[in-house]
Design a protein around this ligand. Structure first.
Ligand SMILES: Nc1ncnc2c1ncn2[C@@H]1O[C@H](COP(=O)(O)OP(=O)(O)OP(=O)(O)O)[C@@H](O)[C@H]1O
Ligand SMILES: [Mg+2]
Length: 295
């Protein structure tokens, strides 16, 4: 089921996928699905790095860190982008909440999962990347991954993107190998996913000489409906299956526990491990190449 994995040319030593969760529409479930799937992968024994590139920093909040109120002198992804901090300096352990309060004792580390802290300052990122004197500034994250990720440290890297398509998004794309595009079962979102895929493919040509090899590999429908909720939705879901085949991940349905888990700052595999939603998340992790390792 998994496509043969081609290691990215720019990081031959790594041989790991760099997933970018991206689509043009907002609030489609990018952060929810990525947080759940890759926490599960870590609980299954794989190691990973999650990079929170969204100015809303929902991923960081979910993993126990506030992106809106970053303590002074705490470096974040923004410093990493500007080149004023190293990857090691901006990496923290992903956490889950175990008690009330904001102190370190309110959280417990999730083994095998690291996080690059998000920062509201990323709202300036598009402008900063455009006005950078260095024409190659768009490769900031590709360079970080190439030069600062030690070989063998991680089995996967995940980048959580903002819902936009500007210079920042372009810089995330040129650093990635596999894009995961989320969709709701709507015509507008199917069209948006197709348009984004086209842009991703042409980006490889634009940056041909810079070892970019990113592909719109995976698609996932969130808020999937059953036929009794309207044939319109199920027809769109059928159409997506026809278009994407094996590259369509299992569909996730609406479930309040997903929203609750974010609110509780506990990843879904910890908040509701036996839920119906977690069965789907488990299948998604299988399909992405992270089955149970410790069996
Ligand atoms: N399957 C689901 N069931 C119920 N609620 C969900 C589900 N998926 C996502 N949500 C809720 O929908 C909202 C948007 O989800 P999420 O933040 O994951 O989307 P996003 O695409 O990352 O958004 P943004 O574009 O702001 O980054 C959140 O409040 C989340 O809790
Ligand atoms: Mg998000």
């Amino acid at each position: 089921m998994n496509p043969t994995y081609l290691p990215p040319k720019y990081a031959p030593h790594l041989q790991i996928p760099v997933f970018l969760v991206m689509n043009r529409a907002g609030s489609v479930g990018k952060t929810s699905v990525a947080n759940s799937v890759f926490t599960l992968a870590a609980l299954r024994g794989w190691t990973g790095l999650i990079i929170d590139a969204d100015l809303q920093s929902d991923m960081s909040f979910w993993f126990g860190y506030d992106g809106d109120m970053v303590p002074e002198d705490t470096p974040t992804i923004h410093d990493l982008m500007l080149g004023s901090a190293t990857l090691e300096a901006v990496t923290v352990p992903a956490r889950t909440r175990i008690a009330a309060g904001q102190g370190d004792d309110a959280f417990q580390e999730i083994p095998g999962l690291d996080l690059v802290r998000g920062d509201i300052k990323m709202k300036q990122a598009d402008g900063e990347l455009v006005s950078a004197k260095d024409a190659l500034a768009v490769f900031w994250l590709q360079n970080v991954i190439r030069k600062q990720v030690p070989q063998g440290k991680y089995d996967f890297i995940v980048i959580d993107a903002p819902a936009s398509y500007g210079r920042l998004s372009e810089s995330l794309l040129v650093a990635a190998t596999d894009v995961i595009t989320m969709m709701k079962p709507m015509r507008k979102e199917l069209r948006g996913a197709a348009a984004l895929a086209k842009e991703i493919v042409s980006l490889n040509d634009d940056y041909d000489r810079h070892d970019v090899r990113v592909s719109p590999t995976w698609y996932c429908i969130n808020d999937a409906k059953v036929a009794s909720q309207g044939h319109f939705f199920s027809n769109i879901q059928d159409e997506a299956r026809e278009i994407y085949g094996d590259r369509l991940l299992p569909e996730l349905k609406n479930a309040v526990i997903v929203a609750e888990a974010y609110d509780a700052q506990e990843p879904l595999p910890i908040w509701a491990p036996k839920s119906e939603s977690m069965k789907t998340i488990g299948l998604i992790a299988d399909q992405l190449g992270f089955p149970e390792k410790r069996a």
